[in-house]
Design a binder for this molecule. Structure first.
Ligand code: TMP
Length: 208
């Protein structure tokens, strides 16, 4: 029996990390084995690459260099953490995955969908999430939340409002194209309301 692979996606400050944590605890409390992880990161080499990506000047990398670095981190994360867990029957809840590369570096960075899909194929073949929860809210509100939340690791937050408004549209377009895999959740509401919608989506789509 293989575990289910569930990813959270969305713009800055949409509450992905909180919702991923709440879902992982809920599944665990229901007696399931769960790994909670995040991208970029989740494996030693991937954490080193994370540092290169989330710190420094906003224009430090070209979109293609970024896409290659995110995919390099993802290969390590997949091989060392996600794939072994799924094979052992453990569910994996992941804060961001390949849709973030498609949205940030592809749609907003100006690289084509085809180029991003080819890179993904080279890195991971046909590996993809069983379910992706896209947390959606207006970009300004998300950026405000993100700015209040933490210091540092803000390279992408500094890219400006136009960037983040495009990003929201990018995630919504991905959800429209892959409606079998993706569920859009209104993240502008209270945390517990969002959590209960997440649980409903997981139950309806995956039966867990
Ligand atoms: P986080 O803020 O959710 O921890 O993610 C780190 C940043 O990296 C966030 O601003 C989004 C960005 N990112 C990409 O641009 N492409 C990717 O493939 C991933 C996984 C994250």
């Amino acid at each position: 029996m293989t575990g289910k692979f569930i990813t959270f996606e969305g713009g800055e400050g949409t509450g992905k990390s909180t919702q991923a944590r709440l879902l992982a605890s809920h599944l665990e409390q229901s007696g399931m084995q769960v790994v909670l992880t995040r991208e970029p990161g989740g494996a030693p080499g991937a954490e080193v690459i994370r540092d290169l990506l989330v710190n420094g000047e906003p224009d430090r990398w070209s979109p293609m260099a970024e896409a290659l670095l995110f995919n390099a981190a993802r290969v390590e994360h997949w091989r060392q953490c996600i794939e072994p867990a799924l094979k052992s029957g453990t569910h994996v809840v992941c804060d961001r995955f390949a849709d973030s590369t498609m949205a940030y570096q592809g749609y907003v960075g100006g690289l084509t969908r085809e180029a991003m899909a080819q890179l993904h194929w080279l890195a991971l073949g046909d590996a993809r999430p069983d379910l992706t929860l896209i947390l959606d809210m207006p970009a300004e509100a998300g950026l405000e939340r993100a700015a209040n939340r933490r210091e540092g690791e803000n390279r992408f937050e500094l890219k400006g409002e136009a960037f983040h408004a495009k990003l929201r549209e990018a995630f919504l377009d991905i959800a429209r194209r892959e409606s079998n895999r993706c569920v859009v959740i209104d993240a502008a509401r209270a945390m517990d309301q969002v959590h209960s919608e997440v649980l409903t989506a997981v139950h309806t789509r995956l039966g867990i």
